[in-house]
Design a protein. Structure first.
Length: 173
């Protein structure tokens, strides 16, 4: 998405609280109709499976909650990659793991309502879970990160209910 129509995070939250969706672009990115906007200085925000240029009420509530705690979610994702099973294999020096991960990866996109990326979008190389997968149809969001120097990244999936990560996937574009 281009950055022509970008807004500060607090502006997007205010619009969502007013149920004013006029700042979003509605088109098909991942599902038949998605609401997409660029968060200034950050990333794309994509809300999948919406219709009629509107966002379902329950989804709006979840998106607002996550956006109000976005820094915490991003930090959890970085920590999981730095100190989780995959990070232990790749980053041997524990003290600097988090700094290394933050320097190498940046937030690319936050996506709501999409259970799986289309296969043509990314090739998933590895998946790591913290416990069981949620039931099909559970309210989830993901934060995708890309590597600053190559065509790889990772996608961390969260349950909306508690904003805790349950799965991360390493991918290659």
């Amino acid at each position: 998405m281009s950055n022509d129509k970008s807004f500060e995070l607090d502006e997007i939250i205010r619009f969502l609280k007013k149920r004013d969706y006029s700042i979003f672009d509605f088109y098909s990115e991942y599902s038949p109709e998605d609401a997409v906007i660029y968060i200034k200085h950050t990333c794309d925000l994509c809300i999948c499976n919406v219709s009629d240029n509107s966002i379902p009420e329950q989804t709006v509530i979840q998106v607002i909650d996550v956006l109000e705690h976005l820094d915490e979610c991003i930090e959890q994702a970085y920590e999981w990659l730095a100190f989780g099973e995959w990070g232990k294999e790749w980053y041997k020096e524990k003290v600097s793991n988090l700094d290394i991960v933050k320097k190498r990866y940046r937030v690319l996109e936050i996506c709501f309502g999409l259970n799986d990326w289309p296969e043509s979008f990314h090739k998933i190389c590895e998946e790591y879970c913290r416990g069981p997968e949620p039931q099909k149809g559970a309210d989830v969001f993901s934060i995708a990160f890309d590597h600053r120097d190559c065509d790889s990244g990772f996608n961390v999936k969260f349950l909306c209910a508690d904003r805790r990560p349950y799965k991360y996937m390493i991918y290659v574009r």
